[in-house]
Design a binder for this molecule. Structure first.
Ligand code: ZN
Length: 686
């Protein structure tokens, strides 16, 4: 493993963080070096600390431990992610015989220098009880290969001699901290501690010394493993090797999404990890046993659960059979999980609430690694973790065996309140986990709706004819909201283009919940005189595009079997056509009929279909010239045109967006057209 320390960068970091002590700046620097290496730590894994002296408000010098705060990742650590805790108070705790987790967290919090700091890491006491100035902790892949062997100790001696000490597995917290300190004190010359089934701690007098030792110890493990000969995996039989992987995924994912929704009442995101190694592992005979042993480090259990679900599916082409197969495999997994929960709860005599039983990682023969989580971010985290787990498992069997933490100990970790707290239990917005497809999303009503739906937690797939507008929209929304967002430039009149966009959407999110069929264009002409081709062309965009989009959406909804929402942007022209505006009004009237027809034909499947009847929204659809014309047609000045409604207020695209949101959330409303036009009695549906 490459040692990434550079004197120049270290100095730059000290200058950048000149507002904090140099020790803290260097602590940030090497924490980031460790965090940037995915084979050392992943997503919030690992922690680091530094001990230093600061003056308190009374100008008294006190010893302070700065340790990584909960909720911070090492690769993006900032000084405020290192809460400072009074060291003398932490050291006093070592004299206690017992300290509960709750008391430990409390002691750490009441001794913070800054009351607004995040919670110090659950491994804070281990950092405190060791005497070194700098301490680095990772869950390095190569270390886990060695730490998860039955003969770990023997292998460690062979590689490291007296360089590191071994700490048998104890769950993080007070007891582990005490035991690690005692083991260190038996041989204070060691440069680090290898924690069985867990990871590596190194320490030193400077940031560089502790980091150098960390990289060196990991590299020694890597070299030891590389010397052993790898065994090739045995390929399982797969009936359809000529298959198209993405097509399989797109058939499978809506079915999975529907089953998960049914079991949990929540919406899920499904991700296929493009990885040859994962596909080979999922399609091997070894996967049957190797994948079911346990997580590489206990921390991972909250992201991946203890075991992945294995799928070896016979039928791909017949959705009905596929559904049955997937459903019964999932049922079995959930039943086994329940048994694991009940057995451990009883034997430990603890009072715990069962978490959801659904697997987060799926290994599918012929397809590869699929992860399922409540958000795109979490699905990616689970996939990153499992990709590394595959590597660790395979290398473990090269050395000997893979013997990670047993299921009873893993239960303690999974149901540990301090571990669950890492997932954050903040209230989810109403569209959390949903997927919304919006046409004409680059500007006006489409864009306003995209922003509002993102604010409400929905993931977005945006389409528009302008790539530039999509790029701007995507950048703006993803900066502001923590959701999954993808986009594609298409012309909604092009049926193949629309189909391609739906495929891409499924590849990104695995399903769909809400379609906002919004794209349209105002076309003028006197009916009876206007060229039929103009009328036909308007129908292509203002009617058929809506129909193509909704038919594809409904197909996914039916496979998910968990309802679905169609929302159309119909114009008030559907009810109150403007003079010489027939080519726009007539297809829009057909869209209202279309919305009702979908409501009628698919209501029994829980699919809702509604439309919005908006009017006089200042968007790109209406150029100044068109506005002048439309105003004239209504006998109004251009200035008054937008306010000439019952409420005498201009209606904005954001008002229409709110209308779409209300309809998306109105669970008992279908076949309805709501009016968002400030009040126009002659256009109100009757
Ligand atoms: Zn750890």
């Amino acid at each position: 493993m490459k040692n990434r320390w550079e004197d120049k960068s270290a100095k730059e970091t000290i200058n950048k963080y000149s507002f904090v002590h140099e020790d803290i700046a260097l602590r940030v620097y090497t924490s980031r070096l460790i965090g940037s290496e995915s084979s050392l730590v992943l997503h919030g894994g690992g922690n680091t600390s530094v001990k230093t002296r600061v003056k308190n408000k009374f100008s008294e010098e006190i010893d302070v431990l700065y340790v990584k705060g909960s909720g911070w990742d090492l690769d993006t650590l900032e000084p405020q992610g290192l809460p400072g805790v009074r060291l003398s108070q932490l050291l006093k705790l070592r004299d206690l015989d017992f300290l509960s987790d709750e008391d430990m967290v409390n002691e750490q919090r009441i001794n913070l220098l800054d009351a607004s700091s995040p919670n110090p890491s659950v491994e804070t006491l281990l950092h405190a009880f060791l005497p070194h100035k700098f301490i680095d902790h990772s869950h390095a892949d190569a270390i886990l290969v060695i730490a998860n062997q039955i003969f770990s100790e023997k292998i460690c001696k062979e590689i490291y001699k007296e360089k590191i000490a071994i700490v048998p597995y104890i769950m993080p917290g007070f007891e582990l901290a005490k035991s690690a300190a005692e083991i260190f004190e038996q041989n204070t010359n060691v440069e680090g501690l290898l924690l069985i089934n867990h990871g590596l701690f190194t320490f030193g007098g400077t940031a560089k010394e502790s980091y150098d030792r960390h990289i060196e110890i990991v590299t020694m493990a890597e070299e030891y493993i590389a010397d052993k000969k790898a065994k090739p995996l045995t390929k399982k039989k797969f009936s359809d090797y000529e298959h198209k992987k993405n097509e399989m995924f797109r058939t499978l994912s809506p079915i999975l999404r529907g089953l998960y929704q049914k079991k949990s009442g929540k919406s899920w995101i499904i991700n296929l990890r493009e990885s040859v190694i994962a596909e080979e592992f999922a399609s091997s005979q070894e996967v049957v046993t190797w994948s079911q042993i346990g997580t590489a480090t206990p921390d991972h259990v909250i992201r991946t659960k203890q075991k992945p679900l294995l799928l070896d599916l016979k039928e791909w082409s017949n959705t009905h059979h596929l559904k049955r197969e997937v459903s019964s495999s999932l049922e079995k997994y959930c039943k086994d999980y329940h048994t694991y929960f009940i057995t451990n709860k009883k034997s430990k005599g603890v009072d715990k609430q069962e978490l959801d039983q659904l697997p987060r990682v799926l290994l599918v023969n012929g397809l590869g690694l699929i992860t399922i989580s409540k958000s795109v971010k979490e699905a990616n985290i689970a996939a990153d973790i499992y990709e590394h787990t595959i590597d660790i498992i395979q290398k473990s069997f090269v050395l000997g065996d893979y013997s990670p933490l047993n299921s009873a100990d893993l239960f303690d970790m999974e149901y540990w309140s301090l571990e669950q707290a890492k997932l954050g239990k903040s209230k989810e917005p109403p569209l959390h986990g949903k997927v919304t497809y919006i046409s004409g999303a680059g500007s006006g009503i489409g864009l306003a709706t995209a922003k509002l739906f993102a604010e409400q937690g929905s993931n977005l797939f945006l389409v528009d004819i302008s790539q530039k507008k999509l790029d701007i929209a995507t950048e703006e929304i993803s900066k502001k909201f923590n959701i999954g967002i993808a986009s594609k430039k298409i012309n909604v009149e092009d049926e193949q283009g629309v189909k391609d966009s739906f495929e891409e959407m499924l590849n990104c999110f695995g399903g769909l919940d809400i379609l906002i069929s919004n794209a349209g264009n105002a076309v003028e002409g006197k009916i009876g005189q206007v060229d039929t081709n103009i009328l036909r062309k308007s129908f292509e965009l203002n009617f058929f595009a809506h129909q193509i989009l909704s038919s594809l959406a409904v197909k996914i909804f039916l496979n998910q079997e968990s309802g679905g929402v169609l929302l159309f942007n119909a114009s008030k022209a559907a009810f109150n056509p403007g003079k010489d505006f027939g080519p726009y009004a007539i297809p829009k009237a057909a869209v209202v009929a279309l919305a009702k027809q979908y409501a009628l034909d698919y209501g029994e499947f829980g699919i809702r279909s509604n439309a919005i009847n908006a009017d006089r929204i200042r968007t790109g659809l209406f150029s100044d010239e068109v506005i002048d014309k439309r105003a004239k047609a209504r006998g109004l000045s251009s200035k008054n045109y937008f306010k000439s409604n019952l409420l005498q207020q201009e209606v904005y695209d954001t008002d229409v967006a709110k209308g779409f949101l209300n309809l998306a959330l109105a669970e008992k409303t279908t076949g309805s057209i709501i009016t968002i036009d400030g009040g126009n009695i002659s256009a109100s549906p009757r």
